[in-house]
Design a protein around this ligand. Sequence first.
Ligand code: FAD
Length: 490
Amino acid sequence: MADPKGFLRTPRREAPRRPVEERVRDWDEVYVPGGLLPIVGGQADRCMDCGVPFCHDACPLGNLIPEWNDLVARDDWRAASERLHATNNFPEFTGTLCPAPCEAGCVLAINQPAVTIKNVELAIADRAWDEGFVSVRPPERLSGRSVGVIGSGPAGLAAAQQLTRAGHTVAVYERDDRPGGLLRYGIPAFKMDKRRLERRLRQLADEGVRFRTSTEVGRDVGAAELRARHDAVVIATGATQWRELDVPGRDLTGIHQAMEYLPLANRVGEGDLPVSPLNAEGRHVVIVGGGDTGADCLGTALRERAASVTQLDIYGRPGDERDEEAEPWPTYPKLYRLSPAHEEADELGSSPLAHADARLFAASTLRFTGDERGRVRELHLVEVDAGRRPRPGTEQVLPADLVLLALGFQGPERRPGGLVDQLGLGADARGGLSRDAGFATPVPGVFVAGDAGRGQSLVVWAIAEGRAVAAAVDRWLTGATVLPAPIGAH
Ligand code: FAD
């Protein structure tokens, strides 16, 4: 370590964010451009080389965190980039988006704020691009085998890059018009600039990955035809089957799924639409659901200049003893995350209720009511106790003329006659596509990776699954592999 006692001198400092008033007027990332570099060396030096790096274990990718912290503290950015890319194909995706389980594992966090590992990761990735350390690495020889990857989210992209570098010829099939999965049309640009995605896609294309966009496997190309075209197939189609809210008034117009709303806002950013048909400007917006997807709707609605925005969370406020009883540690803390969008909503006072936070906890939707033209106008809610039972006398009515449902996802889509049907794939207990510990389905040569197998998860797990499935496919094709497999499928 450059200085194993650095943490005694340097307090934790996170990447500075732009002022709320400024950042809600644009779609750029919330952080001050260049704000990380002046502080990141000192932050990396807070890593105490603890000997048993739980951070390393807590990261699904097994990132070599103490090693690259040390290299950054010593100002050796090229070597830091090499160590970072040894375990992570897309460190700027995780550096911007990951909730950083590594920081929860940091030993320093026992009695000090954790090392800002995620910020250090992003600084290394940014510097690597700026200084040309990120290279195109086409394979030295081709194997003569080909792989079809279905889906171009982080799992499909990681699998495609690993398999291409191993010498296989890879085609990625994507039903959308552009590759990227949820990084493209789900996650807003203020969380991760799309240019970060674009330059990785260029890198993959330059290494030999072929993208077949606007191609839905199961509709435009049959599963049997795809299997005939390729020696192996990886299904990385995500877990996009959204949950519904079955309450009176759900049929009123103006009530939409988050993943109907967010893709349109992202398309405005891509230049496809001048304005989103679901634009929140001047509307009272209520978001039902307290997770990441709901927070992304919140930040988007604020930028679209909604008249008011409220987010309802069925879970209790953090620290609420009633809820800790119902959702004991370690489940409970995972339910709550404070995103920059919440900071924005609080500072702008986005709630329509006097003196209320934008985020209402322990709140359950009873029904919607509308006007004579069938448009939603109010959302009726009730407070719930730890068992999610309504607390009598706590009903409230919120003005609502745009309601966004962000209630999570149930697993991959299963359209009658679609991809999953054509392959006859079953589901596991959590709704993911059944597979064995080596990512293989019962159909020979067909593998599953990412949210399609794991269920709704995180970018870091998707990349880890993509890397691991590539190792499994490589072994299946050639009988052996040197590709790393950071995780198993279960
Ligand atoms: P996806 O990213 O879902 O990609 C699957 C792709 O497959 C899609 O492009 C889809 O169009 C394509 N596809 C599906 N069926 C077919 C077919 N038959 N033929 C061809 N293509 C097909 N995680 C984080 O770590 N941090 C965050 O901040 C975060 N924010 C999120 C915000 C939102 C709004 C959502 C919905 C999720 C968020 N997540 C976040 C979760 C994260 O985005 C996912 O876990 C991750 O993208 C899963 O990657 P994947 O490659 O498995 O699937």
